[in-house]
Design a binder for this molecule. Sequence first.
Ligand code: C2E
Ligand code: CA
Ligand code: CA
Ligand code: CA
Length: 274
Amino acid sequence: AKSAGRGVAAFYDPEMDREARERRQLETDLRHAISRNQLHLAYQPLVNAVNGVCSGYEALLRWSHPDRGEVLPDSFIPIAEETGSIIALGEWVLREACLTAAQWEPHLSIAVNVSPVQFRLANLAEMVAKVLAETNLAPIRLQLEITETALMKDRMITLGTLYKLKRLGVSIVMDDFGTGYSSLSNLQSFPFDKIKIDRSFISTMEGGGSARAIVRAIVGLGRGLNLPVVAEGVETEAQHKMVIEEGCTEAQGYLFGRPGSMMVIASKTFAEAG
Ligand code: C2E
Ligand code: CA
Ligand code: CA
Ligand code: CA
């Protein structure tokens, strides 16, 4: 056999082989997940931090795999991004979320996560416009959540897409704020409508470390820029009290509701816990 490249072990590793095969299988399964009806959305409420009134829901993707059971997005979104499946998945998520939200009371908003890979597409805004028209959802009710990594690749393309989306009338939310790179300059260059503080800061706020100071600083930024600030991942009453004290306008987390399927009972719509 040919000698292996420099520094590469030439041993046959059955474990690595198995992992590679499993991963390829997951990729294939994912490509069929939409047509096989294995995907669904869970909805988690967003509430007014002070009075607890629900202002809308975030759609979170779930995959019911025939062998693996419920697979969470953190373990398959990265694969979908690498293989390009995320393009079809993302459009499916948006259509499904808009169709569902169109049946809610009109004051409720719907937040949809958009992958950085989708953001690099030239026609993202056209796709969103098409889905809004097809589902008859008022654009003002749609909030697209993007993370800072989406903005890093090609600033000009991203900026162009963001402005096209804004012209449609949809809102842009900066998700997981505080965890990416150059957060502050991004806030200056990109037309955001809302900031979501990453869960990691909320979950460590009670510890007496720097998290609370960071939350305070982010809320201060939001005030200065006239942007509402959402606290994500609020699980305890103590955290809730703190995010109110720090001035967060909205909150999301297990304390207010876990992601669940939508139930429509009479004229009321709410997410079922679980
Ligand atoms: P994210 O956008 O930051 O979503 C919030 C995540 O935090 C969700 O995890 C949610 O279930 C979880 N969460 C909410 N409240 C709490 C809480 O109080 N405590 C704890 N421990 N967790 C809480 P999930 O559903 O597993 O989603 C993980 C990530 O996967 C999302 O993070 C998002 O980045 C991505 N994702 C989910 N759905 C989609 C989608 O449709 N498209 C794309 N591109 N990404 C998605
Ligand atoms: Ca999100
Ligand atoms: Ca987030
Ligand atoms: Ca996150």
